[in-house]
Write a protein that binds this ligand. Structure first.
Ligand SMILES: Nc1ncnc2c1ncn2[C@@H]1O[C@H](COP(=O)(O)OP(=O)(O)OP(=O)(O)O)[C@@H](O)[C@H]1O
Length: 230
């Protein structure tokens, strides 16, 4: 599904170059549930942004579903993101003046899906995350957990190959974290590949594979006994 080989990334910080990712090798198969951990500054977000085609590598190989992610125009990058990837963020990133249904339907608008079908599909995904009755509510009328459910429905609505989640439970209390992780486990059990960046050991323990970054290299990469939430 996703193959990364000897990937490097540096940032120009004026006088010096900051070498952030130093030869990353990472292959992830369809249906995996992977957590990426590591201390602040270890390169987690940089790696997730490159996987999400939001940032470019300096060199190395990145293949996504067999497609080389290399020298893409902005239009092509947006097309690949829309086709292959769904994003979930710590701060939900919902559009404040659009209701829950409209937020979920938005990625379909960018895929030129007609309005009627957009709304039918968006409602289907709101139902999947248990929020059908909140369809006409604005984000500021929803709790943090509900907002993240809307964001999850939005990430799923295009049926992407991979879900990328950057600290999806970082802004949530422990009970809501539990509920969101349970939902992500269900989504993964239905076959969806999920990659989650987290600082929380509990969250990592609820995935199936844990990758730890340290100073831009993979310090460890192991399949773990998933803590299944019931
Ligand atoms: N656009 C940028 N320009 C310059 N330096 C950057 C840029 N983005 C990130 N960095 C630097 O790259 C290093 C890795 O950052 P990154 O955000 O990937 O780490 P992280 O592991 O996700 O950290 P955190 O857990 O704090 O989010 C840091 O030293 C950061 O300051």
């Amino acid at each position: 599904m996703l193959v990364i080989k000897d990937l490097n990334k540096s940032y120009d910080t004026g006088k010096s170059k900051l070498h952030v990712l130093k030869g990353i090798d990472l292959s992830i198969d369809e249906g995996e549930f992977v957590s990426i951990m590591g201390s602040s500054g270890s390169g987690k977000s940089t790696l997730l942004n490159i996987i999400g085609i939001l940032d470019e590598k300096d060199d190395g190989i990145y293949n996504l579903d067999g497609f080389p992610i290399e020298d893409l125009t902005e239009i092509k990058a947006a097309e690949y993101r829309s086709k292959f990837l769904g994003f979930i963020f710590q701060s939900f990133n919902l559009i404040g003046y659009k209701n829950a249904l409209e937020n979920v339907a938005l990625p379909l608008y960018y895929q030129n899906v007609p309005r009627k079908e957009r709304n039918i599909r968006a409602m289907e995904y709101l139902e999947k995350v248990g929020l059908a009755q909140w369809a006409t509510h604005l984000p500021n009328e929803l709790s943090g957990g509900q907002k993240q459910r809307v964001a999850i429905a939005r990430a799923l609505v295009t049926d992407p190959k991979v879900i990328l989640a950057d600290e999806p439970t970082g802004a949530l209390d422990s009970q809501t974290t539990y509920e969101i992780m349970k939902l992500l486990q269900e989504i993964n059990n239905s076959g969806k590949t999920i990659i989650v960046v987290t600082h929380e050991n509990d969250v990592a323990a609820q995935t199936k594979r844990n990758v730890i970054l340290k100073d831009g290299i993979i310090e460890s990469d192991s399949f773990i006994n998933q803590k299944v939430l019931v």
